[in-house]
Design a protein around this ligand. Structure first.
Ligand SMILES: NC(=O)C1=CN([C@@H]2O[C@H](COP(=O)(O)OP(=O)(O)OC[C@H]3O[C@@H](n4cnc5c(N)ncnc54)[C@H](O)[C@@H]3O)[C@@H](O)[C@H]2O)C=CC1
Ligand SMILES: O=C1[C@@H](O)[C@H](O)[C@@H](O)[C@H](O)[C@H]1O
Length: 346
């Protein structure tokens, strides 16, 4: 069976996902696209040479008979309405991060899904599909370093022209929020943010770097440097310190170059390049799971936890205080794999 996918939002990552589903992955094809900028949607369909219907309104795409599953790659504030509408239509939906910009909006999505009774939502946290993070998780789960005690991370980007306000936390650090609780199989209980000396190279009025300190239920302490105008590269670091050893996220593979009296390896500069394979694996696994009627990736609940944690970090930044993170108990609904029937008969 070929999964017929409709994409809402034909901007940067929407186009990337259209390309990978069309040219790289198997088991799915793009049959519809929607964007508030319809001209842009037309241009994307033409440039990518796909045979897809074009809608000016995402809700029409969700209702369209030719669409089996929905990919939401519109701006964050538009995610909630499209994810909820997909759930109500009983269609599996992959939504790019963040699930929604506020914790309340994420909770409404969780409630809509629980009410519907089957898990239909996956959130685009692709680091869980990265070979390096998966290898790191294997080591942690094996017990080779004993129980994890501390985690030291860095999220560095060369520059970010589009960031405003607290986007270093709400747009960039959200990836660490998701991947670290998955790596550690734990949840967060407090957040604190320390503001080091500001770089002169950040946009006007923007704080950069930040140091975020998270504490988990098990008492693990996590420090993350977020430095999104570091100039030199896109550099993601993660070291887990356990009782009997440490484990580091592997560096992306790169040729070890001996030249001009120097020994060097390349550092990537673009997040798309750094995680290019993870996006492929993430969407390929989503396609396979969806066709089987399963939902195995980051869930709406994970999206909600990320939003609550990000809110606490923003509050901690604003107040300079250690902010408690309290979450309701995870609904039992998210404990088990909920299978849905693929009702589309062709
Ligand atoms: N997982 C990851 O690493 C990444 C995730 N993202 C996420 O993907 C989402 C999109 O980001 P970009 O592609 O960079 O943004 P973008 O600005 O390039 O594209 C967004 C598109 O959505 C369209 N749009 C906005 N509101 C809409 C609505 N109500 N209905 C239909 N179309 C609408 C816009 O016209 C635009 O074409 C964001 O949530 C972002 O955080 C973006 C980059 C990387
Ligand atoms: O999601 C992403 C972007 O929105 C964000 O701007 C980058 O910093 C992230 O690393 C990338 O994965």
């Amino acid at each position: 069976m070929t999964l017929r996918v409709g994409v809402i939002g034909t901007g940067a990552i929407g186009q990337d996902h259209i390309r990978r589903i069309t040219n790289t992955l198997s088991g799915a094809k793009i049959v519809a696209v929607a964007d508030v900028n319809v001209e842009h949607a037309h241009a994307v369909v033409k440039n990518e040479k796909i045979d897809a219907n074009i809608y000016g309104n995402g809700h029409d795409l969700i209702q369209a008979a030719e669409v089996d599953a929905v990919l939401v790659t519109a701006w964050g504030p538009a995610h909630e309405e499209f994810v909820v509408a997909s759930i109500k239509a009983g269609k599996p939906v992959f939504c790019e991060k963040p699930l929604a910009p506020t914790a309340d909006a994420c909770l409404r999505i969780v409630e809509a899904e629980v009410t519907h009774g089957k898990q239909l939502v996956q959130v685009g946290y692709m680091r869980r599909y990265d070979e390096g993070y998966r290898a790191l998780k294997k080591v942690v789960d094996s017990g080779k370093i004993g129980e994890p005690l501390m985690v030291h991370c860095a999220h560095r980007a060369p520059s970010v022209s589009n960031f405003s306000g607290d986007m270093a936390i709400t747009d960039a650090f959200v990836h660490e929020i998701d991947v670290l609780r998955w790596l550690l199989n734990d949840d967060y209980v407090t957040a604190q943010v320390i503001l080091p000396r500001n770089t002169r190279l950040a946009g006007k009025g923007l704080q950069d770097p930040h140091i975020v300190l998270l504490e988990t239920k098990k008492g693990i302490r996590i420090d993350t440097e977020i430095f999104v105008n570091c100039q030199y590269g896109y550099d993601i670091q993660c070291q887990i310190v356990g009782e009997t050893g440490t484990a580091n996220l592997p560096e992306p593979s790169s040729v070890l170059l001996r030249s001009e009296a120097k020994l060097s390896t390349e550092i990537l500069t673009d997040w798309k390049e750094r995680f290019i394979e993870s996006y492929d694996v993430e969407l390929q696994e989503w396609i396979h799971s969806t066709v089987k009627g399963e939902m195995n990736g980051p869930s709406a609940w994970d999206g909600y936890v990320q939003a609550v944690t990000a809110d606490a970090c923003v509050k901690a930044k604003q107040t300079g205080q250690i902010v408690p993170i309290s979450l309701p108990d995870r609904p039992a609904f998210y404990d088990k794999n909920q299978f849905y029937e693929f009702s589309v008969v062709r």
